[in-house]
Design a protein. Sequence first.
Length: 392
Amino acid sequence: MKKTFILVTSFVFSLGLLSANEVSFKPVFSKLKFTLPVAAVVPPDDTGRLFLVEQGGRILILPEDRIGGDSVEVFLDFTGRDMIAHAFEEGLLGLVFHPDFKKNRKFYVYYSLQHPKRTILSEMEVFTDKPNRANLSTERKLLEIPQPFWNHNSGNMTFGPDGMLYLAVGDGGKRDDVRRFAQNPFMFNGKVLRLDVNARSKGLQYGIPPDNPFVGKEGMRGEIWALGLRNPWGMDYDHKTGVFWLADVGQDLREEVNHIRKGANYGWSFREADLKFVKRGDSPPKDAVFEEPVAVYGRPEGVSITGGIVYYGKRHSKLKGHFLYGDWGTGHVWAVGYDAKRKKVAKDRMIFRNNEKGNPKKFLFKPSVFVSAPDGETLVFSWTGGAFEMVN
């Protein structure tokens, strides 16, 4: 049974005497209740609305007032669908709005279904006369991906500056990449896909961009943009620098941040981040070239990475252009920079060390969502129900 968590309301937490954190987090939306947030999105329509995705099947529009707001609007409700057998990683998992949403009212959702297990990428529209309500009758299923297990569905989505939809898909689940999907170029699992939602290729509900790296290659799916991923959880396409950031959850030893590049292979399950994956006995092909992660951390700093947004707010000048990410298990938060002129990554650093013993009321911070709010500042949603604004 799912639990509904109530937001903690009355403090700003940092480590005080334990260490000096670069940032702190102030609770917001304290009068609201929501369950298992997995994504948050601001649509490109100048309305300043903030949409929050609950894993159980609802999308909520949060109030503009982060302090006193006490009600939400339900934009979409999938709770009656057969989405979830294991609540930990199945359900409604992704949301993104079309770049031309202001005119065409189109948006995209990614969710799991049962019997058989599969994940769905669908296009939908908003009612013309009800801009805060999704018109469920407009659903058009673009893609269905078979899922052998209940975990590692991913579902992070973004539109690039090229107008293409990028969808991250996990390796199919269980452990050890048992189906060996991540390196299989004919399977969608363990990949980043690049789709043209404004076109339709033969027999498909979407277009395959002709400049995708594996188009026309035997035994390879043309939809694939990059491969060798385990369970991507958090990505952001920096439209100012052209850098495509993605956080990928590790298994036993390492969590990683990557720059996603056309045709690149990120190593799983021959590697776990920057280390050889010892539970795989066979060797990679001799011609295999694996992309190195741009940031990694191991145990005990964290157990499950959560990405991530590139910060361009006004409050933290030293963090501008940095990719911010955290760990679902420990609650620590990091920043990794990028020098656009030199095209080099700066060393990552921890900007907030969460410590349950050092926080008032023994609060546990489990980040599951990072989002740039309409004012450009960073909000973090905790899987346990809290919402927080990054402050000085």
